[in-house]
Every structure is written in structure tokens, then in C-alpha cells.
Design a protein around this ligand. Structure first.
Ligand code: ADP
Ligand code: MG
Ligand code: MG
Length: 930
């Protein structure tokens, strides 16, 4: 038996070494060479090196593919000579001859890029067959039927894949033949039938291409290699790479592999198997196999394949060997493998190995098991689980049993995971109306826009006919944690008729019909399917993994929560503090809005009057009234807020709670200007509006701002109307006092929003400290403390962080505002409008409100450096929505933040992502030290 030249000195005629071969127990490549050999080639080499039975062959490198295109779709000079040499070696190893009529060598030609990729050229099997070599094959195997079957398969595959003959033409001919012979399955056709079919196939090729089917084995090989290369830039492959952000210059390798035959009788077969169940993660061989079949039969589902366990009965020895090999490969790669194999007359051959794709549940279970088995470290386990897996495990799902019998209406893009059930409605207003009546709804739209937000917010889930993964519906749904299916192109929505139907299945539904939406799989079903709630408490394996993550991560994970229930929820998910408690979020509930409105309407007047009184001036009765009205409303508010804070401090006992003082522009709490104007105008023309309504209108007008997001809000509000600061400070400290008295441990951090100049912060601080001092003095011996800090969300604030740090003991990056102010985008206008187009047209790589933009991250880094320069123990976190986004969390790690804060249901995801960020940072440090 011949041996293959060692790696270093394979002689080559081409300018570069383009070929790596394997066979006879050794390989020139190995698993580390995926860039050059592609995943498949590297796997075949590695399996050979591991002593596993792999039929001999060789890989033509990805570099050859790139050079093929560089030289205008020509094989690089000398490459063909090198291919011929490699074929010779395979001939020697197998003792067969390529194109040899007496003892023919047949090969498969398989594409294989670095990443397994749909859209690349399909594999051509049985290459090297022609009328002459076929006779040799028949003579050697003594099996005429097998020979003709192999031949007709080859013409069919080569014709379709390499010569671009429409595949249906072959399928029709095959079906017609089966029909004519009364054959149920392909295997029922006789040798004569198959021979006749081969002739028909050749005629089809001639008809479709105007040339004869190539008989010469070397010509077949040449055409097949070039077809693999060309498929790299095929439309499907390009689209896939674009969608997955895979570079277009990686190129594909070509693998030429000696054929082994699974279709040589009942002692032969072929199959696909996973070393563990990719759905559940269970540690048992999982897969399918077929006797007397070739590889593509299993994948294409030509016959229904039995479970791999059947092989244990059919061929116990081969099964045992396969099981052993599976285990060997799994421990070798230290990951679950997805395997392809063929059995030729009782002998097992391995044809592919790769890391298996898996569901979220399987990913977690496998990681935990492998750590327990000592196969991988906790760090590796953490690195392998995707943040999206954790997210999925916390969403409701449909009961799989119910799903089986359900009527599917349409498929779509799985834009936001989870299961939702509700009655179909076709516009946002109806959604709100129905929900107000106590109904659950699914919002069905052709596409959504910011005008639909109120409907999306109340719906159980959203489905759209148009738009992709970054469409408005998808982006918003992910943000608010609602299941969403986008881009269901086959769904024809009739707004006027309030109904919709699927173009393909014809299934229809109308307003009010129950539908079930699967955002994880991307499908809509008729009726109310039972869901299974995903309870964190019931997922010990997930908790175990996150516990490991906690042991690894450097940053803490806090949460954004405004209510005690949210805080408690987040704490059960593992939150280590509240990074953002938005006081004003409690202003809208129940009777509160009326109280708040009452205060706001007289706020300016009362504040002016108070200043006058403080300067010793006489007040008018009206002024006196304004003060009284204002103070009464504010003290009601204070009492309510104190109650809220007590609840939150109790829920977060012993953990830090960052309370942000009032932030939004006041008009958000007042009636809408246009509506009030219409009301007054109508009333006037109908005989006269009430005085109250007219005053209200005048006040709303006086408070109207052109750009409220850049107007009187944040710390500016507290400086103009100091009572807001005072009242909220009192509410916070008195809540602390009450909780301490009850034996609790409230840890308060008071945060001032929207600071751009240090003086804004210094003034606010004076105000706040004076008030705090008064409360403490009145506390009667109960000691409470708080930390004073600020949000960094105005670019000027970030750039002057050294000055600001002198007044603040902590920073929290409000990256929503920081992003909109640094880009100069209004988020509300941008996200619903041009921003989607920007992302689609690649003007921006991603939506910067979803993933922290690098320039914003840079601004944060500057602020951290300056801030810590002035105050080394400055505590720094992030409370913008980016705090729950894994990619952004990685950036926060690099900037050196102390914690990330995110919405409660993102906390588990953030725990994992923060650990992964720590691991990545460690790896890049190690890289630098090298
Ligand atoms: P894919 O990337 O689509 O999995 P493959 O190249 O792995 O494509 O091959 C498709 C099918 O053909 C698989 O079932 C594989 O096992 C089978 N196959 C590939 N090469 C050979 C070969 N030399 N002998 C027998 N079967 C083969
Ligand atoms: Mg394969
Ligand atoms: Mg803000």
C-alpha cells in the first residue's frame, strides 16, 4: 500500500500547494485547518488521523477557489496536474483505476466551506461512471441491478447539479417508469428498468443542454470541481452569507472522496446520526438510517428512514463499532458530533463529522452533562451556550403534542421567540379596545409602524406579512418581549374585510377568531393551542449553568424595575440590585395621574410665588391659592411615592436600589394639546367652553415645547421646580426610615438624570442635601444613608466626566439618550422611520438603539477614564436598554463597567453574556501577552 507524502513536501506543479490528501491511515491536513480545507475536509483529515475508517480522497483548498475567481474563472496553472497526481495516489491506495473499465474507481465531489452553508453545490456521487466503467462495476460486484442504479443516479445528479438540467425532468421520468412498472419504491425497479431509465436520462441531458452527457471520467471531474467553485458565488450562497455576516472571500474547498456503496444489498446502508439527542440533549445515539440506500436517500426523505436503534438489530457489530466511533469523536472534539456514515457490505465508513446544531434545551443539558462527565470545563460550557438559548428557555412554548395535530395557517420569520394565543385583530385601535374589554389579542398586520405601537404593547403577539428580522414589528417586539412572526409572505391580509388567508394552504381566519402564534419557530396556527409556561424555578440545569456564569463574570447584573413585583421577579432571576427605578413610571397608575396633573398645572405659578415669598414680597390671594393647591397635590404624591419605595426597598432588601428622580417632560402627564384644542373649539361653537377647559388649554399651550426631548426635562425640571427634588428626596428617605424601623436594610442611591454641566448637578445636590438633612434630623435616631450620583447621557456630560465625578459617587450610562443625542437622532422618529432603511441599506451596520455603537462606547470609555481619574472609587454601570444586549454587554466589559442593568426578563441572559464577556476579555489578554 502506498503512503502519502508528508505535509511539508507534497510536490506541486501549481504556484501554491492546493491539495491535501488522506488515506491509508494518515492525512496531510487536520482539524485546525478549517480555513484552508473547509469544515468537511478538515473533519475527514482529522478522522483519518484518529485511525477511523474514512475512504481515501483529497481536498482542493479554499485558496484554490479564490484563485480560480482571481484568474477569471480558470483553474490556476498547474492545479489540474496536481489533481491528476492526487487521483493517482487514490488509485494506488484503493487498487482501482479512475476511468478503468475493469476495476473502476468512483468518487464523490463535495463542496465544503469553513462554515456549513446552505446554498453551496450539492454533492455529486458515483463520479467516474460511464457505459464502460459500469460494466466493470457490475462484473466486480456481480450485481447488475446495483450497477444500473448507480449509473442512473449519477446521470441524474450530475445533470442537475453540474449541468443545470432542471431536476424535475429526471423525477418525472423516474415516476413514469415506476408507474409503468407498478413499482411503489425505487427499489422495486429491475436492472432492465434502470438501464432504460439511464438512457432516458441521457436523452434529457442532451435535450436540455445540447450536448452529450460527458463520458470521460476526467472531464466529469474537471466540470464538477469548477461547478463547486462557481457555487460559492451562487445567489443562494451569497444571500446566506449576507444574512449570517459571513465574509465572501473565504471560498469553498472541494473534497474528492472514494465512493463507498450503501446500496449493495441488505448488508449495506447509510445514515446520519448525532452522538446525543439534539432536541433534548439526552446522552444517547440519535439518528436515522436506511439499508440498501445511498446517502442522499436519507436526507431527501425518499423513503421513511427507521431510527438508528434499528441498526442494532440489523447489524449489531457495525452498530457497536459506530457507537464506539461516535464516542471517540465526541471526546476527541469535546462536543456533540453530527455524523454521516455508510456501510458497504458490512464494513463501516465515516463520511463526515461536525459539531451538531442543537435546541436551547439541548444546549444547556449537554453543557451540564459534559461538565459532569469531566469532558469540558465550566468555562467552555459557558462559552458554548448562546444568549439566545437562555432567552428562549424563559419564554412560553406550545405543548408539542398539541402542535402535532394543529392546523398551521402560515409560516414566517421567527422574529421574537415565545408562544402567544389570542383573538385575531387587524388594527392597533381594535387591539386596545378588545384588551380593555378583557380579551387577549394577536395583532395581524401587513406591516407595522410607530402608529401601531399602542396595539403591539397590549397584544399577546404580533404577526406581519412583510418585513424581515429588522423590521419595525421585529425590533419593537423583541424590545418589549412579545412573540413575533414577521415576513409571512404567504399571508394575504384584507384590512377592509377584517380577515386574512394563506395563499398556499388557503386556511383563513377573520377578526375575533382564535389563533396561536409561535414566535420561536415562526408559525401561526388556528385555534387556542395549550402553552407550557417556562418557569425559571423548574429549570435546574439552566440555573446551574448561570451559577457557573456568576462565578466567572466580573461585572454584576442589576435590573431596571419600577415596581416591587418587577423587583422581586428580577431578584428571583438573579439580579444583584436595581440599576434604574424610574419614579415617574408610577405617576400614571390609578388616581395618581389626576394628582400629578393637579400639581403640574400650577407648578410654575406656585414655584414663582414661593420664590416671591422667600424674597419677602407680599403674595396675592391667587398666588397663595396656587401654592396651597400645589402643596396639597405634592404631599399626596409624596405619600404615594414613599409607599412605592418602601415596597421596592423591601423586595431588594440588602441590595442597592438606584432611584432616578423625575425625568420626562411634563407634558407627558397632561392631556394632549390638539385634543384639548379641539374640545374647547367645539364647545365654543356649541355655545361656550367651560372656564376649566379654557384654563387647561392655556396651561398646556404655555408648557408646549417644540422639541420636548431636548427641552425642560431631567435635572432641568428639578432646577426650575425644586419641589420635585424635595418631595422625591423626602419620599425616598422616609421610605428608608420606615423599612429600617421594620428591620430591613434599604440601600438607596439617588440618581440625577440628564446632566450636561457639572453646575446642574452641584445645584441639585445642594437642594437635595438640605432636604435630606431635614428628614434625617426629624428621623428620631433612625440612621439612613444614601449615595448621590448621576446619569451620563448627554455627550457634554460624558466629555466633562472628570468635573462631574467630583459631585457624583456613581455614574450610570443612560445609553438610550446618549445614543440619540450623540447621533442627533430622535429615537421615536428614527426607529419607526429611516433607521430601518439605514440598516437595510447598510448605511449603519446595526440599529444603534439595539446594539451599542462603537463611537458611543468610545464616549463611555472616555467618561469612565475621566471619572475614575477624578474619583478612583467611582462606581459605573449602564441602565440603557443596551444593558441586556449580549454584544453591548461585551463592550461594557471592555470599558470596565462595574455592572449592567437590564429589564427583569433579560437578567438571566445578561448573567451568561457577562460571563462570556469576561472569558473573551481574558482570552484577548492572554493573546496580547503572547
Ligand atoms: P452535505 O454537505 O449536504 O451533507 P455531503 O457531501 O456530506 O453533503 O454528502 C451528501 C450525502 O452523500 C451524504 O449522505 C454523504 O454521506 C454521502 N456521500 C458523500 N460522499 C460519499 C462517498 N464518497 N461515498 C458514499 N456516500 C457519500
Ligand atoms: Mg454531509
Ligand atoms: Mg434618559
Amino acid at each position: 500500500m502506498a503512503t502519502i507524502s508528508p505535509v511539508s513536501d507534497r510536490p506541486h506543479k501549481a504556484a501554491k500547494r492546493y491539495i491535501y490528501a488522506w488515506g491509508g491511515g494518515t492525512a496531510e491536513g487536520d482539524a485546525t485547518m478549517r480555513d484552508l480545507l473547509g469544515g468537511k475536509g478538515a473533519g475527514l483529515a482529522e478522522m483519518t488521523n484518529a485511525g477511523l475508517p474514512v475512504p481515501p480522497g483529497f481536498t482542493i483548498t479554499t485558496e484554490a477557489c479564490n484563485d480560480y475567481f482571481a484568474s477569471g474563472e480558470q483553474l490556476p496553472d498547474g492545479l489540474w496536474d496536481d489533481v491528476l497526481t492526487a487521483v493517482k495516489e487514490v488509485e494506488q491506495l484503493t487498487g482501482k483505476g479512475f476511468g478503468d473499465a475493469a476495476n473502476p474507481l468512483l468518487v464523490s465531489v463535495r463542496s465544503g466551506a469553513k462554515f456549513s452553508m446552505p446554498g453551496m453545490m450539492d454533492t455529486v456521487l458515483n463520479l467516474g461512471l460511464n457505459e464502460r466503467t459500469l460494466q466493470g462495476l457490475i462484473a466486480l460486484t456481480g450485481n447488475e441491478r446495483f450497477g444500473w442504479d448507480a449509473y442512473r443516479r449519477f446521470i441524474q445528479m450530475f445533470g442537475r447539479i453540474v449541468m443545470d438540467v432542471p431536476g424535475e425532468q429526471f423525477d418525472h421520468a423516474l415516476d413514469a417508469k415506476k408507474h409503468a412498472r407498478g413499482a411503489k419504491q425505487d427499489t422495486d425497479l429491475t436492472a432492465d428498468d434502470l438501464r432504460a431509465l439511464g438512457d432516458e436520462f441521457k436523452a434529457i441531458v442532451r435535450e436540455a443542454t445540447g450536448r452529450d452527457f460527458p463520458a470521460d471520467a476526467y472531464e466529469q471531474l474537471d466540470l464538477a470541481i469548477k461547478a463547486v467553485f462557481r457555487s460559492w458565488f451562487g445567489k443562494r450562497a451569497m444571500d446566506y452569507r449576507n444574512s449570517q455576516k459571513i465574509a465572501h472571500d473565504l471560498g469553498t474547498a472541494v473534497n474528492v472522496v472514494t465512493m463507498v456503496f450503501g446500496n449493495m444489498g441488505d448488508d449495506s446502508g447509510t445514515g446520519v446520526a448525532f452522538t446525543r439527542d439534539p432536541n433534548t440533549g439526552e446522552n444517547t445515539l440519535f439518528g436515522e438510517y436506511l439499508t440498501n440506500a445511498q446517502g442522499e436517500d436519507v436526507v431527501a426523505g425518499i423513503r421513511t428512514a427507521p431510527k438508528i436503534a434499528q441498526m442494532q438489530t440489523d447489524m449489531p457489530e457495525v452498530y457497536a463499532e459506530f457507537q464506539r466511533i461516535g464516542q471517540q469523536l465526541e471526546s476527541h472534539y469535546r462536543d456533540v458530533q453530527d455524523l454521516e456514515f455508510t456501510i458497504e457490505r458490512g464494513k463501516l465508513y465515516m463520511l463526515q463529522t461536525r459539531s451538531a446544531k442543537r435546541t436551547a434545551a439541548a444546549a444547556v443539558r449537554i453543557a451540564v452533562d459534559m461538565v459532569d462527565e469531566g469532558l469540558i470545563s465550566k468555562e467552555e460550557a459557558i462559552a458554548r451556550i448562546e444568549p439566545a438559548h437562555v432567552d428562549q428557555l424563559l419564554r412560553a412554548t406550545f405543548d408539542p403534542a398539541a402542535l402535532k395535530g394543529a392546523t398551521k395557517i402560515v409560516n414566517g420569520l421567527n422574529a421574537s421567540p415565545g408562544a402567544a394565543v389570542g383573538r385575531a385583530v387587524f388594527d392597533a385601535d381594535t387591539a386596545v379596545e378588545w384588551v380593555d374589554k378583557g380579551e387577549k389579542v394577536i395583532l395581524v398586520r401587513i406591516e407595522t409602524s410607530p402608529d401601531d405601537f399602542h396595539g403591539m404593547a397590549v397584544a399577546q403577539g404580533i404577526i406581519t406579512a412583510r418585513g424581515g428580522a429588522t423590521s419595525h414589528a421585529a425590533v419593537v417586539a423583541r424590545q418589549i418581549g412579545k412573540p413575533c412572526v414577521a415576513g409571512s409572505a404567504d399571508l394575504l391580509v384584507d384590512y377592509a374585510g377584517k380577515q386574512a388567508h394563506c395563499n398556499v394552504t388557503g386556511t383563513e381566519f377573520k377578526e375575533g377568531d382564535w389563533v396561536s402564534l409561535d414566535g420561536s419557530a415562526g408559525a401561526l396556527y388556528l385555534g387556542q393551542l395549550p402553552t407550557v409556561e417556562a418557569r425559571f424555578e423548574d429549570q435546574p440545569e439552566l440555573q446551574k449553568v448561570l451559577g457557573w456564569a456568576d462565578g466567572i463574570r466580573r461585572m454584576q447584573v442589576w435590573t431596571n424595575a419600577d415596581k416591587p413585583e418587577e423587583a422581586a421577579q428580577a431578584r428571583s432571576y438573579g439580579a444583584q440590585g436595581i440599576g434604574l427605578c424610574r419614579t415617574e413610571h408610577m405617576f400614571r397608575e390609578g388616581e395618581r395621574l389626576e394628582i400629578v396633573r393637579g400639581a403640574i398645572l400650577v407648578a410654575n405659578e406656585a414655584t414663582r410665588a414661593k420664590a416671591k415669598a422667600a424674597a419677602g414680597e407680599q403674595l396675592s390671594a391667587d398666588e397663595q391659592d396656587a401654592i396651597t393647591t400645589f402643596d396639597v397635590a405634592m404631599s399626596k404624591l409624596e405619600a404615594l411615592q414613599q409607599g412605592d419605595f418602601e415596597g421596592i426597598f423591601e423586595a431588594m432588601d440588602g441590595l442597592p436600589v438606584v432611584v432616578r428622580l423625575i425625568d420626562p417632560p411634563l407634558h407627558e402627564f397632561l392631556p394632549n394639546l390638539e385634543e384639548q384644542l379641539v374640545k374647547v373649539t367645539r364647545a365654543e361653537s356649541a355655545g361656550g367652553a367651560s372656564e376649566e377647559d379654557k384654563v387647561l388649554l392655556a396651561t398646556i399651550k404655555s408648557m408646549h415645547e417644540q422639541n420636548p426631548m431636548l427641552g425642560l426635562r431631567g435635572c432641568r425640571l428639578g432646577l426650575m421646580i425644586p419641589d420635585f427634588v424635595k418631595v422625591q428626596t423626602r419620599a425616598i428617605l422616609n421610605a428608608q426610615i420606615a423599612v429600617v424601623k421594620a428591620g430591613g436594610n434599604p440601600i438607596a442611591k439617588i440618581m440625577i438624570p440628564l446632566v450636561g454641566h457639572v453646575n446642574e448637578l452641584a445645584r441639585t445636590r445642594e437642594l437635595l442635601e438640605a432636604e435630606a438633612k431635614a428628614v434625617r434630623e426629624a428621623a428620631g435616631g433612625v440612621e439612613v444613608d444614601y449615595k448621590f450620583g448621576t446619569m451620563i447621557e448627554v455627550p457634554r456630560g460624558a466629555l466633562t466626566a472628570d468635573e462631574i465625578a467630583k459631585e457624583a459617587s456613581f455614574f450610570s450610562f443612560g445609553t438610550n439618550d446618549l445614543t440619540q443625542m450623540t447621533f442627533g437622532f430622535s429615537r421615536d422618529d428614527a426607529e419607526g422611520g429611516f433607521l430601518l432603511k439605514y440598516v437595510e441599506d447598510k448605511i449603519l451596520p446595526v440599529n444603534p438603539f439595539q446594539t451599542l455603537d462603537d463611537a458611543i462606547a468610545d464616549l463611555m470609555r472616555i467618561a469612565v477614564e475621566k471619572g475614575r481619574g477624578a474619583r478612583p472609587d467611582l462606581e459605573v454601570g449602564i441602565c440603557g436598554e443596551h444593558g441586556g444586549d449580549p454584544e453591548s454587554i461585551a463592550k461594557c466589559e471592555r470599558i470596565g463597567l462595574d455592572y449592567v442593568s437590564c429589564s427583569p426578563f433579560r437578567v438571566p441572559v445578561a448573567r451568561l453574556a457577562a460571563a462570556q464577556a469576561t472569558l473573551a476579555a481574558r482570552a484577548s489578554l492572554a493573546e496580547r501577552d503572547k
